[in-house]
Design a protein around this ligand. Sequence first.
Ligand code: NOS
Ligand code: ZN
Length: 436
Amino acid sequence: MNDTFSARGSILIAGVTTIDGSTADIAIDETGTIVAIGDDARGAIDADIIIDGSERLAIPGLVNTHTHAAMSLLRGYADDMLLQDWLSQKIWPLEAHLSGDDVYAGTRLACLEMIRSGTVAFNDMYFFMDRAAAAVDEMGLKATLAYGFIDLGMEDKRETEIRATEALVRRIASLNNPRIRAAVGPHSVYTVSLAGLSWCAGFAKEQNIGIHVHLSETGKEVTDCLAQYGKRPAHLLDDCGCLTTRTVAAHCCWLDESECRLLGQRGVHASHNPASNMKLAVNRAMPCHWLKQYGAGLTLGTDGCSSNNNLDLFEEMKFAALLQKFAWNSPTLLPAGEVFTMATAGGARALGTGPGTLAVGAPADIALLDTRAVCNTPLFHADSNIVYACNGGAVRTVLCQGRILMHEREVPGEEEIIREAAAAAHALVERAGDEG
Ligand SMILES: O=c1[nH]cnc2c1ncn2[C@@H]1O[C@H](CO)[C@@H](O)[C@H]1O
Ligand SMILES: [Zn+2]
């Protein structure tokens, strides 16, 4: 088994079921690229590793477009609260005691959880992101990492945030790891000044990197923004240059139709986070139908583990489909195939990790599900089983860029990762002098 994880050779996945119900061989070369699918795949490479695909369903690895990975340490620390109280009374005071070691331990735990539930790439916003990068580098996923820029309207704080953002971008460039990218992370219109937002947009443009921002999560965010600036949050972000094809906007719950049109015009990718939205009772669901109508990108995220409380995108797909139907009062909204596309191709396009499909020339970012699992029986329409019946526990094997990260539910080093994260979480809460 150790050979399976350390090997960097070519891989043949033999006789695997695909989403359309057919059986195929998938050939992956040493660079981690899919070079053939189908009858000719066996001859396309001289495989170093052969994975038995019988009783397995191959899907593109899932993409989580909004999370705060290291918040896995805060799982269950503060639940059942209003967003503003939750942040200001519980989360921010605890985060004031965070160390780089905590972020490293928490991000490793998050990566482990994502691998175990079929996620291969994620869009992260947090602190000590150089340590998050080290964790991602080791764990083998793809990630876009942003420092959470929060200036609270203070000029000296803005300077600190600018330096931190620049330092992270330099650090990630120096890693020279094509799986890890930097983005700029203005937290939101209620935590960042106009000058801060404009600086973020300008720097992201100059560096040609992404922008990761929270947008219109609560009704209060909209009313406060209207009171302070006389315009709605999306229009304010646009004035500052933050709405681009490189932008991922998380939540988007309270957008009105004109804001959805604006996001479509700017080619923004919206990240739907239904579990977090329901848990924090933000009281409105992202208007997926308007965003789709106006051509914005549709993607899926979990948000951090403190508002979800896990990183399982299978659960998130189901929540998304159900919430859209319930909130907008139509059972035909967001059918299984569409939500599956959000979690795969939509996310991959937003983060630039590939097409997010199993195709020749695409990176081998693949999850293999157990076709004999209860949730896959019977298997009439694979997308229906995936979205409505399964959770991440159905995933057996995960490849990212052709590297095997989990095989038959074994991830190397997982006991140590869990032990260290548990210790870091308890020590953090103790340091903060609050038993939660
Ligand atoms: O749902 C949310 N809304 C707003 N902020 C959040 C949410 N979840 C986490 N954070 C906060 O965003 C910052 C990331 O850099 C952190 O302070 C994190 O606690
Ligand atoms: Zn968030």
